[in-house]
Every structure is written in C-alpha cells, then in structure tokens.
Design a binder for this molecule. Sequence first.
Ligand code: TXA
Ligand code: MG
Length: 339
Amino acid sequence: MMSPAALHPMPTPIFPDAAAIEAAAGELAAGRLVAFPTETVYGLGADAGSCEAVDRIYRLKGRPADHPLIVHVTGAKQAQRWAHWNDSAQRLADALWPGPLTLILQRLAHAPGWACGGQATIGLRAPAHPVARLLLEAFERRGGMGVAAPSANRFGRVSPTRASHVIADLGDEAPWVLEGGACEVGVESTIVDLSRAAPALLRPGGIPAQRIEAVLGERLRSPGATAPRASGTLAAHYAPLIPVELVCPQAIAGRLAALAARGVRVAVWSSQRPGEEAAHWEPAANEPRTLAHQLYDTLRRLDRSGFDRLLIERLPATDEWAAVLDRLVRAAAGTPAPD
Ligand code: TXA
Ligand code: MG
C-alpha cells in the first residue's frame, strides 16, 4: 500500500542550474507560480501581465484582493514599461538597483493592473539575488513584462528566508521553489512612494532611509493619511504564533522573574544573557544587518520551540535598526499588553 507521503510527495527545492531557470521561466509564461529567492525574502512569483496567474497568488497566499503586489523587473528599462518614470526614480534606480528597494509610481494607463489591488500606482523592484535576476531575464526573453511576487508565506505570517520555509508554509500546495540559500538581507525591501509631490517612506526595509535620502538630496516624509496603502504596514503582520513581548534591556530580568514565578516557560532573545529563570536564551546579534539576516529564521525556530512566551530585547529607535524594529513591533502586536 502506498503511504500518504507517496501519494502527496512534499515538494523539494529545485537546484537553479540553467535548465531549471529556463523551465521555471516557462512555468511563469504558462501562467503557473514559481517561488524564487531574492536577497530580502523568498517571493511567490507569477506573470504580472496575466490576470489568472496573479489570481493564483492571491488564492494560495490567502491574501485580500485589494492588497497590491510588487512587480519585479530586470531594471529601469523594464520598469518604464509599467510606470510614469521620473527623475527621482532614475536616480534611485541608478544608485540602488538591483537591490532591496521598491519604488511606488503612477502606473501607465495601458499597463496591466492585475497586481495593483485596484490602485492607480504600481510597486516596482529590481532584485539583486543572482537566481532572481536570471529568472527575470529568462522570463523577459520569453516576452514577459515582469513578475508579480509577494513574500512566499501565508498571509500575515512570518516571511520566508530559506527555501525550506516556503515549503513548510505552503506544504503540498507549494509550486516550484528555486533554491537560493539563506537570503542575505533577511527583511523585505524598503518601499518609497514617488507617486506624489514629495517622496515618502512607506515601509522601512533592507536599505536604510538615510541612504535613500542621500541619493535624493531630501528627507523622506512619513506616509500621510492619503498615502498609498501598504499591507505590510498592518499592525499584526509578520506574526508568529508564540506570544511575543518587546522588553527594554534593563527590564528583561524583572519581567522574566515575574513570568517564571507564575510557571510561564519563557524564551529570551537578547544580546545579554538573561537570568537563570529563562527556559531558553537565544543570543541576539548586536549589529542591525546580522540581526536582520537572522530575524525570520530565528522567529520561525522559536515559534516551533514549545515555549509559552518569547521576550525580545527592544531595539533602539534609530534609522539603522528601523526595519528590524518595525517587524518585531508587528510580531508583538497580537500579544496582549503585559499585566
Ligand atoms: O523584499 C520584498 O519587497 C519582497 C520580495 C519578494 O521582493 N516582497 C514583499 O512583498 O515583501 P509583499 O507582498 O509581502 O509586500 C509588498 C508591499 C505591501 O506592503 C504592499 O502593500 C506594498 O508592497 N505595495 C505594493 N504595491 C503598492 C502600491 N501600488 N502602493 C502602495 N503599496 C504597495
Ligand atoms: Mg509579505
């Protein structure tokens, strides 16, 4: 008798040699999904020019239809097929593409809007990961305009930074997953809105805001009430299942002792070793880029660890820590305030 596993074999990541990249581009051209590595997180890709293909992303992710997707392109030239390009976009693309930067621009009237969640704007990004670049180039050679791709996780959950995370999340519904190792940056792209008079930061991410400001020669506004919506800015996004609390470094010992006294088994993720009451200590990197690289893998691991609660050291509210702090605040948003 065949085992259930044989009837429904779990997908395995595909080694991205030249033949696999071509075949994956063929999958995209045929309207099917392909998960692929980027330098930030793994993306769940589909032909951005096809309504049916983009629809498959929304269904598999369980994502609300009004949440727009980022369209991944080979560079500024392909981006110009989608959007009203401007001087700021050109300067940022010259300096920071390919890389973890998404630009929001006004969509061209004739450009397909399937990925845009009903908005007149479009999010565009040229990723730097070599496998992503090869895939986008192969798809462009087949006549593709770009690849719509959200992070390859179920809606609202922790983003995947390894091929194994994608498969763990999507299970036997996972499409082809190209193997690209652990994502170097580890947090999503920085999103900058260039669709209106003044540039605005919609989501802190892989590129610090100050670097973007240095290229533009002006400050980024914080998004006003009329800014385009970004789903990654929902309060409880990037949520693990384990209750998470962010605690100032000097308050960790007290909080830990209070919880442990009540029999709560606490894991602590901090740069300094906590007291003996901790059921587990996860050392935290003292440097933003290293912590970002480890962020989602560590959250996923601690989520499955069986501890009752996770205390995470609150990071300084400075530009260099902004992306990681933003994700941790959202990871903690679903946990009731400590009593
Ligand atoms: O690093 C990344 O950006 C990754 C990789 C795969 O490229 N992608 C990613 O996609 O994080 P996703 O779907 O998880 O987040 C995309 C964000 C959402 O917050 C969405 O609302 C915003 O981009 N976005 C996309 N198009 C937009 C638009 N036209 N206006 C405003 N926000 C937009
Ligand atoms: Mg996401």
